[in-house]
Ligand binder design. Structure first.
Ligand code: SF4
Ligand code: FES
Length: 159
């Protein structure tokens, strides 16, 4: 079967058709952070932490559900991506119970780890988003994404 060829962070990547950008990046040893992505379960594209920038595309896209196609040029860590990702994590934290010290997932938690990696030292109140995250097409679900991620965390399905 012929492969699709795209560029991610300046690297040429070839993957089978039907591969997502997240999987394509992974195959090239490029890490894109995720929260709601569960490889063994249908991707829901809910948390928006895996946003990437695609050349010629005005809006950032969730890489866990966006298909890799020929000639895409993808940036996984541009300033725009970093800012939107940080805002997403802040939004999730602002709607999250501050219970790390007593939580069973303390120190094994991806949300906690991402917050640390992004230098988020305090949880500020982020206003509810109705029209989308900065640069994100999917205003859909910015708020309910928090609920879904909380559910996954609580259910122990995601760190
Ligand atoms: S799930 Fe993670 S961020 Fe949430 S309370 Fe537990 S350790 Fe803290
Ligand atoms: S990991 Fe892609 S939207 Fe959550």
């Amino acid at each position: 079967m012929s492969k699709v060829s795209l560029t991610i962070d300046g690297k040429k990547v070839e993957v089978p058709p039907g591969t997502t950008i997240l999987e394509a990046a992974k195959s090239a040893n490029l890490r894109i952070p995720t929260l709601c992505y569960l490889p063994e379960v249908q991707a829901i594209g809910a948390c928006r932490v895996c946003l990437v920038e695609i050349e010629g595309n005005k809006n950032l896209q969730a890489s866990c559900v966006f298909p890799a196609t020929d000639d895409l040029v993808v940036r996984t860590n541009s300033k725009k991506v970093q800012e939107a990702r940080k805002f997403t994590v802040e939004l999730l934290l602002s709607a999250h119970p501050q219970e790390c010290l007593t939580c069973a997932r303390n120190l094994k938690c991806e949300l906690q780890r991402l917050a640390e990696e992004m230098g988020i030292r305090e949880v500020r109140s982020v206003p509810a988003v109705r029209d989308g995250l900065p640069g994100d097409s999917a205003g859909r679900g910015a708020v309910c994404a928090g609920t879904r991620v909380r559910y996954l965390h609580r259910a122990g399905l995601r760190g």
